[in-house]
Design a protein around this ligand. Structure first.
Ligand code: SF4
Length: 650
C-alpha cells in the first residue's frame, strides 16, 4: 500500500525553524524510488543532526548498496533539531525521510548507525516521532524492525530494550543478507509475524536479537550469565567482516549536501582495521584484521567520485593512513594526476614521523596545505608505554620541527586525559613537551611565527579493548588536571602565547563511559534522561550532566547499582561483561594479557611487521592480514583534460 508524504505539512513548518534546508533532500546522489515497486524498504538513520550525519560513510555506503538492488528502496533520516521536534509534535508530523519525506514508521526496517553512544537519546526521539513504541517488546507486525549498527553496536545492551536487532561489524554484505531474509519471509506472506522474522535473523549467528537472551545477575550486581531463551538461537553472535574491499568500492555516488556539513569532500577508505594495538582504541581492535584497498581501486574511486560529485577535496581515510603499504605511490600518483587542478588531497595525519610529513608535502603540491595533526595521545613516555603508543619524545620533537622547517606554521598535537594509571604528572608533561616543541621550532626556523595547538580529549574505556576492565577517573579529577595543565602551559608567557589549548571537560566522558560499558539496566537511565528532555547529548549546548546524574540516581539504586559502579570501578578477570556473548574476534584471554602488559608498561608490536601475537582475530575468521604491495600502478596516470573531474572555482 502506498504511503503519503509528510511534505505538505512539513513545508509549512520550514519558515518557522532554523536551517530548514537540512530537511528538504534532493541532494546530488539522493535516490527516490517507487514505493509500490519495492519489496523491501529500509529507512537508514544517522542519529545526529543532518550536518553531522550526511557525510557519514557507513550510511552512504549502505544507502547505495541497497538502492542498487532493483526491488529494494532505501531512504535517509536524521535527528531533527528540538525546534522542529516541538512543531512536529504540535502538528502531528511523523519522523520522516529526507529523500521522499515518507514516514519512517511505514518502512520494513529502520537501520541506525551509532558512531557514539551519545546518540542514544536521539534514537528515542526518532522512534517516538515515528509512532514506533519505544519498547521493542510492545511493537507489532506493522512496525519497522529496528536494527542498530556502527561501533557502538559492539555493546548494544544499554539500548537492548529499544532495538529489535544489532549487527556487529561491516555492513555491506550484512545488509543484503538481512534484506534477502526479509524479502523471502514477506514473499511467504510473513508467516509467524515479527517473532518469526526476528528468529530467522537471529539464527544466522550474525544478527543479535536481544529479546532472545536472558541476563541473570548476581547479588552484588554483576552479571551471572547471558543465555539464549529460544531454541536454535546461538550462544554467541559473530561480527561481520567484508574481506575484499576492492569488490565493494563504495560510495560511488556520494551524497553532496545542499546545506553545510562537517565534511565537504569525497572520502575514500584506503584500508580497514589496524594492528598498531593502541590499547584505548576500540576502532582499531574491533575492525581487525587489516584489509587494504588496492592502489588501483583507490585511484579509480577518486576519479569517479570527483567526477560524480564535483568536490574539490579528497580525503584518503583509514585509522592510520600512512601505514598503507602503497601509500607513497598512492600520494605521488594522485598528486601527479591532479597537478594544476583545484583538487586538494589530504590524509588524516596521526603518525608521528617524518614519513607522514613527506606524504603531506607530496599531497600539497597544488599549493593547498591541509593541517597537520600528530597524536602522541599520552603526555609522558611512561603513559605512552601504558597505552602502547610507541612514540619517543625525541621523535615527536623532531617530527614537529621537520613540519615547521618544511613550511607549516601550525601543527596540532592530540592527547588524552584520564588514561589508566595516569597521575597529574603524566598530563603536566604535555606542557613541557609543547614548550620544547616551540623552542625547537623557533631555533630551527629562526622565526617566532610558529604555533602548536594542544588538543585534549577525555579517555573513555570501551568494550572489546584491553581497557575494558579499567576504572575511570571522576570528572573533578580530570578537570583539575586540565586546569593544572593550562597553568603549566602559560607558566612561560613567551612560549605559552604560541600554544593553543583545547580540551573537553570530564563530565561528558563519564556519561559516555556509563553508556559504552553499561548493561541492560542502563536502558532505564537513557529513557529517564530522554523523558526529562535529553536530546543531542554529543553537543555541548544540549548535554546536561546534571540530568544524567539525577536520572541515574533515580533509577539505578532500585536495580542494585549506581553510576560509580559502572564507571569508576575496575572489573576483575572473572567478571562476565555485558558484551561477552558478542564476538569481535578478539580472544578475551589475549585482551586480559594485554591489560596486564599495560599495567606493567610492556609494549606490544604491530603484527603487520612482526610475527602474530595471537589476538585471535585471524584464526576466528580463517584468514590472514591482507596487505600489499600489489605491485600495481595507480591508474590512470594520464594528465587530466576536459573530461576530467569538474572542479569548483576558488
Ligand atoms: S591474529 Fe595475529 S596476525 Fe591476526 S590481527 Fe591478531 S595478532 Fe595480528
Amino acid at each position: 500500500m502506498s504511503v503519503v508524504s509528510v511534505w505538505p505539512q512539513l513545508e509549512q513548518l520550514l519558515p518557522l525553524i532554523s536551517k530548514p534546508i537540512q530537511y528538504v533532500g534532493g541532494e546530488l546522489g539522493a535516490v527516490t524510488k517507487d514505493w509500490d515497486a519495492a519489496t523491501v524498504r529500509w529507512a537508514l538513520m544517522y542519529p545526529d543532526a543532518y550536518e553531522v550525519g550526511v557525510p557519514n560513510q557507513g550510511v552512504q555506503i549502505l544507502y547505495e548498496v541497497l538502492n542498487e538492488q532493483p526491488d529494494v528502496l532505501a531512504e535517509r533520516t536524521y535527528a531533527v533539531w528540538p525546534d522542529l521536534e516541538a512543531l512536529m509534535r504540535e502538528r502531528g508530523v511523523s519522523q520522516f525521510t529526507v529523500d521522499a519525506h515518507r514516514p519512517v514508521g511505514a518502512f520494513d526496517l529502520l537501520g541506525l548507525s551509532f558512531a557514539t553512544e551519545l546518540g542514544y537519546t536521539n534514537l528515542l526521539t526518532a522512534l517516538d516521532l515515528a509512532g514506533i513504541p519505544l519498547d521493542a517488546a510492545l511493537r507489532g507486525d506493522e512496525h519497522p524492525i529496528v536494527v542498530a549498527g556502527g561501533h557502538a553496536a559492539f555493546n548494544p545492551e544499554p539500548i537492548a530494550d529499544f532495538i529489535d536487532a544489532a549487527v556487529l561489524g561491516d555492513g555491506e554484505e550484512a545488509v543484503l543478507e538481512i534484506t534477502a531474509i526479509v524479502r523471502a519471509w514477506k514473499a511467504e506472506g510473513s508467516p509467524g509475524g515479527r517473532d518469526e522474522i526476528l528468529l530467522r535473523l537471529a539464527k544466522t549467528e550474525s544478527v543479535y536479537v536481544p529479546r532472545f537472551y536472558d541476563v541473570d545477575y548476581l547479588e552484588d550486581g554483576r552479571i551471572h550469565r547471558i543465555v539464549p531463551n529460544r531454541a536454535g538461537v546461538p550462544a554467541r553472535i559473530h561480527k561481520r567482516t567484508t574481506m575484499d574491499l576492492d569488490a565493494w568500492p563504495y560510495p560511488k555516488k556520494p551524497i553532496v549536501p545542499l546545506a553545510e556539513s562537517v565534511h565537504e569532500r569525497y572520502a575514500v577508505e584506503i584500508f580497514r582495521g589496524c594492528t598498531r594495538g593502541c590499547r584505548f582504541c576500540q576502532a582499531g581492535m574491533i575492525t581487525r584484521p587489516v584489509r587494504e584497498r588496492s592502489i588501483t581501486t583507490v585511484g579509480q574511486m577518486v576519479r569517479d567520485g570527483l567526477e560524480f560529485s564535483g568536490y574539490s577535496e579528497v580525503g584518503l581515510l583509514s585509522l592510520s593512513s600512512a601505514d598503507h603499504t602503497e601509500i607513497g605511490d598512492m600520494c605521488s600518483g594522485l598528486a601527479e594526476q591532479y597537478a594544476g587542478t583545484n583538487v586538494s588531497l589530504s590524509l588524516p595525519s596521526t603518525r608521528v614521523d617524518a614519513f607522514n610529513i613527506e606524504l603531506a608535502q607530496e599531497l600539497s603540491r597544488n599549493g593547498r596545505r591541509t593541517g597537520l595533526t600528530f597524536a602522541p595521545e599520552g603526555g609522558s613516555e611512561r603513559i605512552r608505554r601504558v597505552i602502547n603508543k610507541m612514540v619517543s619524545e625525541e621523535d615527536l620533537i623532531n617530527t614537529v620541527v621537520t613540519a615547521y622547517t618544511n613550511g607549516w606554521r601550525q601543527v596540532k598535537l592530540y592527547f588524552m586525559c584520564g588514561l589508566p594509571t595516569e597521575e597529574d604528572e603524566d598530563v603536566l608533561q604535555i606542557a613541557r613537551l609543547a614548550h620544547e616543541v616551540i623552542k625547537a621550532g623557533r631555533a630551527a626556523t629562526g622565526s617566532k611565527d610558529i604555533r602548536c595547538t594542544v588538543s585534549i580529549g577525555g579517555f573513555v574505556p570501551k568494550p572489546h579493548t584491553p581497557f575494558q576492565w579499567a576504572k575511570m577517573d571522576r570528572p573533578e579529577v580530570i578537570d583539575n588536571r586540565l586546569r593544572l595543565l593550562k597553568q603549566a602551559i602559560n607558566s612561560d608567557r613567551s612560549l605559552g602565547r604560541a600554544i593553543g589549548y583545547r580540551y573537553h571537560d570530564g563530565e561528558p566522558s563519564l556519561i559516555e563511559g556509563l553508556l559504552s560499558r553499561g548493561d541492560r539496566r542502563v536502558g532505564a537511565v537513557i529513557r529517564r534522561v530522554w523523558e526529562k528532555g535529553g536530546r543531542f547529548d554529543g553537543w555541548n549546548e544540549h548535554f546536561s550532566y546534571q540530568r544524567w546524574i539525577e536520572s541515574s540516581a533515580e533509577v539505578l539504586p532500585g536495580l542494585g547499582v549506581d553510576i560509580d559502579w559502572y564507571t569508576t570501578r575496575e572489573r576483575l578477570e572473572d567478571e562476565v561483561l555485558p558484551w561477552d556473548h558478542l564476538d569481535s574476534g578478539l580472544d578475551k584471554d589475549w585482551l586480559w594479557q594485554d591489560w596486564m602488559d599495560s599495567k606493567s608498561e610492556f609494549e606490544q608490536d604491530d603484527c603487520r611487521w612482526t610475527p602474530c601475537f595471537d589476538c585471535g582475530v585471524c584464526p576466528s575468521m580463517d584468514t590472514e592480514i591482507q596487505i600489499g604491495p600489489t605491485g600495481k600502478k595507480l591508474l590512470p596516470l594520464t594528465p587530466l583534460n576536459s573530461s576530467g573531474p569538474r572542479v569548483h572555482a576558488h
